[in-house]
Design a protein around this ligand. Sequence first.
Ligand code: GAR
Length: 190
Amino acid sequence: MTTVAIFASGSGSNAEQIIRRLAARPQVRCLVLSNRPDAYVLERAARLGVPARVFTREEFYQTGQVLAYLQAQAVDLVVLAGFLWLVPAPLVQAFPGRIVNIHPALLPRHGGKGMYGAKVHTAVLATGDRQSGITIHYVNEQYDEGQIIRQVACPVLPTDTPDTLAARVHELEYAHYPQVVEQLLAQLPG
Ligand code: GAR
């Protein structure tokens, strides 16, 4: 059995795409973790029959309970899908090369602390970039700085609003993130 833990802070549309893709594989199970008790991803998880757990800042950064939970569940791969908090060093070190994130822009542009969701798209438009896209990368101890696994670009149109750009970027995310997760699972040792 291979276990994938998906962390999400908000809507969880990427989480849902990944869960749906992996549902075709009986030997893979998903878990959802969220730092927000009101995150819509929890409703998605319930609808999809995926176990979900909400955790506090203290459990994530101080008591090690989130790390202990991942280890107790024998998690093989951690997937951040719209997750807001910086991953603490002990968790990064416990899962070397096994934590991935998706960022809705072409890193290193428009990344770093606080650059999340609509804020990223607003920054892209404000800068006048002609293209944006997605970056899927390994997670290290800094925001958005781990080794890049895949980057895919899309155009930024003169008529774009943050919402229209977000919709175009989301389509790229849905096309690529589940596929990259599957590729990483295929590469896991053992
Ligand atoms: C996604 O666009 C993801 O790339 C972004 O949050 C959105 C979550 O949407 N992540 C970041 O901005 C990380 N810095 P979702 O909850 O519908 O999957």
